[in-house]
Design a protein around this ligand. Structure first.
Ligand SMILES: [Zn+2]
Length: 407
C-alpha cells in the first residue's frame, strides 16, 4: 500500500471520528437536565439554548466536511507538489510554497467563521465584534499563524540538516520551549487584540489582593480586559512568573457578577497556580512533542514518502502537514483523553481551593451565571465528557463543591 493510500485512509478515519463526536454533541440536547442545575436556564432560555446548540452543531459538521474534502483533494491531486513547482527549487522556497498553500485553505473556513460569529452568535446575543474587528482579527490570526508555522518549518529543516538523528530530542526540546514561549507571550499577544484598564480601588481590589498575598504572592496589577468588544462570554486568569502576578479579569465577568462571585472565580484560578497545574500541562506538552519528534524523524528519513505525493525529495513544509494532520492526528485522541482527564482532576482541586477560601456558595452561583452566559451544555453525553471535556460538567462540579463544603 502506498503512503498516499494510508494517508487518505487516516484522513477519512479522523473525519469520521470528528463527525461522531459532533453528532454526539448535537444529540445531547435531548438528555435530561440534572436537578442541581435545573435552575440555570428558564424555559425560554432553555429553548433558545437547544436551538443554539443545533445551529452550532450543524455548522461545525458542515465546516468539518468542507475542510476534510479540501484537505483530501489537495492530497489526492498532489496539489502541494504542483504548487511548489511554481517556486524556485531551494529547500526554503519549496517549504514556503507548501505552507503558503496549506495556509490559504484557511480561506475555505472564512465563510464558516463569518457565519458563526456574525450570524449565529449575533442572533443569540453573544457577538460584540463589528465587521471591522472580525476581519482584522482574521487577518492578524492568519499572519501570526503563518509566521509561526514558517518558523517551525525553518527550525525543523535546520535541525534535520545540521543534527540528523539528534532531531528527535532537539526538535522536541525546541518545540516545548516554543510552546512555553507562546504561553509566556500570551499576555503580550492579548495586548494586540485587547485593551486593558486597571481595576479601581475598593473592596474587590482589596479582597483579590488579600487572596493572593495570603499565599505568598505579590500583586503587580489587577487589570480589566475589554473582552466585551468581541463576545459576552466571561473569564479570569493571572499571569507572570515567580511570585509577582498580574490578575486579568474580563470586563464581562466584572459586569455580570457580585464581588464575592468574582473572588470565588478568582480563588479557583489561584488554586490552579497553587497546585502547579500549568507545570503538569507542560510535562504533557513535552511528551507530545517527543512523539512529534519521533514522527518527524521517521518521516524525514524516507524520501519514498514524499515521492508518493509528487515531490522530488524531502519537502519540509509537506513533512509538517503529514506529521500534524495525518500521523499525529491518529494518536491525538489518546493524548486528548489523557490531557482532559488530568485537566478535569485539576478543575475539581481548583474548585476545592475556592471552597477552602470560604467561597463555596459564591462559586456555585458564579458558575451557574457563567454557564448561563456561555450557553453551556448542562447534560452532555458522559462519553463525550470523558473524551472531549477539559472541565467537569457544571452538575458534577456543584456535587463536588457541596461535598467539600460539608467535609
Ligand atoms: Zn479552572
Amino acid at each position: 500500500m502506498s503512503f498516499k493510500t494510508i494517508a487518505v485512509i487516516i484522513l477519512l478515519l479522523v473525519y469520521f471520528w470528528g463527525l461522531l463526536l459532533k453528532i454526539m454533541q448535537w444529540r445531547s440536547a435531548k438528555n435530561p437536565i440534572p436537578l442541581n442545575v435545573a435552575d440555570v436556564y428558564d424555559r425560554e432560555t432553555y429553548k433558545k439554548w437547544r436551538a443554539y446548540n443545533a445551529e452550532k452543531s450543524r455548522l461545525s459538521i458542515l465546516e468539518g466536511t468542507v475542510d476534510s474534502l479540501a484537505g483530501l483533494a489537495l492530497i489526492l491531486l498532489n496539489a502541494y507538489a504542483a504548487f511548489a513547482g511554481l517556486f524556485s527549487q531551494t529547500p526554503f522556497m519549496q517549504m514556503f510554497a507548501v505552507l503558503l498553500l496549506s495556509s490559504l485553505t484557511f480561506v475555505f473556513s472564512l465563510p464558516f467563521s463569518y457565519y458563526d460569529t456574525m450570524v449565529i452568535e449575533e442572533k443569540y446575543g453573544f457577538n460584540r465584534s463589528s465587521k471591522k474587528t472580525f476581519w482584522m482579527d482574521q487577518l492578524k490570526n492568519f499572519l501570526i499563524s503563518f509566521i509561526l508555522i514558517m518558523g517551525i518549518g525553518a527550525l525543523l529543516m535546520w535541525i534535520h540538516k545540521g543534527l540528523g538523528d539528534w532531531l528527535i530530542l532537539v526538535f522536541a526540546g525546541a518545540m516545548t520551549l516554543l510552546m512555553l514561549g507562546i504561553s509566556f507571550l500570551y499576555p503580550v499577544f492579548s495586548r494586540i487584540f485587547n485593551k486593558f484598564t486597571p481595576l479601581e480601588e475598593g473592596e474587590l481590589k482589596d479582597k483579590l489582593t488579600g487572596l493572593l498575598e495570603k499565599h505568598g504572592y505579590r500583586v503587580r496589577a489587577i487589570q480589566i480586559m475589554d473582552a466585551s468588544r468581541r463576545s459576552t462570554k466571561s473569564n479570569a486568569y493571572f499571569t507572570g512568573f515567580g511570585k509577582m502576578k498580574t490578575i486579568v479579569l474580563y470586563d464581562t465577568l466584572v459586569n455580570a457578577m457580585t464581588p464575592d462571585e468574582i473572588c470565588a472565580v478568582f480563588a479557583h484560578e489561584m488554586g490552579h497556580g497553587l497546585h502547579k497545574d500549568t507545570l503538569k500541562n507542560q510535562l504533557l506538552t513535552f511528551l507530545q512533542m517527543l512523539v512529534l519528534g519521533v514522527l518527524a524523524w521517521l518521516t524525514l528519513r524516507s524520501e519514498a514518502i514524499f515521492s508518493d505525493f509528487g515531490f522530488e525529495g524531502v519537502n519540509y513544509g509537506f513533512a509538517i502537514i503529514l506529521i500534524m494532520s495525518v500521523e499525529f492526528a491518529l494518536v491525538a485522541p489518546l493524548f486528548g483523553l489523557l490531557a482532559n482527564a488530568v485537566s478535569r482532576r485539576a478543575e475539581y482541586r481548583a474548585d476545592a481551593q475556592a471552597v477552602e477560601e470560604g467561597y463555596a456558595g459564591a462559586l456555585i452561583s458564579g458558575l451557574k451565571k457563567l454557564a448561563k452566559e456561555n450557553f453551556a451544555d448542562l447534560a452532555p453525553d458522559p462519553l463525550l465528557v470523558k473524551l472531549e471535556y477539559s472541565h467537569p460538567t457544571l452538575s458534577q462540579r456543584i456535587d463536588a463543591i457541596e461535598k467539600n463544603k460539608k467535609a
